[in-house]
Ligand binder design. Structure first.
Ligand code: SF4
Length: 211
């Protein structure tokens, strides 16, 4: 597999936020979101066999692992890597941009699936069928840039009853919109969602890599 980086940090997002976590960032992405903060993962990386990845992750001494990217589901070996980690008693989070069929990933892993809002310019490339494959232990994530994105998220949550089928996360693209503004909208509309900040961007400088 082509791996961009493997590192230990705290999980900055999701309902696992704040926990120590081993991140495995897989090289390559099929999308080009307007706000992408991991453009360095489009090409950079080195080939690593799964055994080496597991060895590297074991050295990080945490049992929470997050497979991210780029887009992990672009790589045909990601399901196998997921299974190997699960088999070694890791809790495995798989972050995906939502454009590939998520059924290739074990039900025992937690899928963190983006819902690409209009300002990402990538909404049209989502694999909408995925919504039917989400479970209660999975999470969907809206990253907002604007009121337009918020209104779209609200509509999708209602149309697909997302809060009933899975965990819904709403956050802001760093610096794009004030967190307190979004929190106010959520409270006014009484949305059953979890608001989140990208913790790592507040702890370290927003552009810092490997955190
Ligand atoms: S899906 Fe993620 S890695 Fe790919 S372009 Fe969008 S933000 Fe960047």
């Amino acid at each position: 597999m082509k791996i961009n980086e493997i590192f230990k940090s705290i999980q900055g997002e999701t309902s696992y936020a704040g926990l120590p976590c081993a991140f495995i960032r897989i090289t390559g992405c099929n999308l080009r979101c307007s706000y992408c903060d991991t453009t360095y993962a489009y090409e950079e990386g080195r080939e690593m066999p799964i055994a080496s990845i597991l060895e590297h992750v074991a050295g990080l001494k945490t049992k929470l692992a997050c497979i991210t990217g780029g887009e992990p589901l672009r790589d045909k070996d990601t399901p196998l890597l997921t299974d190997e980690l699960l088999g070694n008693n890791y809790t495995v989070l798989v972050e995906t941009n939502g454009s590939y069929d998520i059924r290739v990933i074990s039900q025992k892993a937690v899928k963190i699936m983006d819902m690409k809002c209009p300002d990402s310019n990538m909404s049209h490339l989502m694999h909408w069928q995925n919504i039917h494959y989400l479970t209660k232990s999975d999470e969907v994530k809206f990253v907002l840039h604007s009121r337009r994105d918020y209104d779209w998220a609200k509509e999708m949550i209602k149309e697909y009853r997302l809060s009933e089928i899975t965990n819904v996360l709403i956050g802001t693209a760093f610096g794009a919109i004030l967190p307190r503004t979004v929190v106010q909208w959520i409270l006014e509309d009484n949305l059953n969602v979890r608001f989140q900040l990208q913790l790592h961007k507040y702890i370290w400088e927003p552009q810092t890599r490997g955190v």
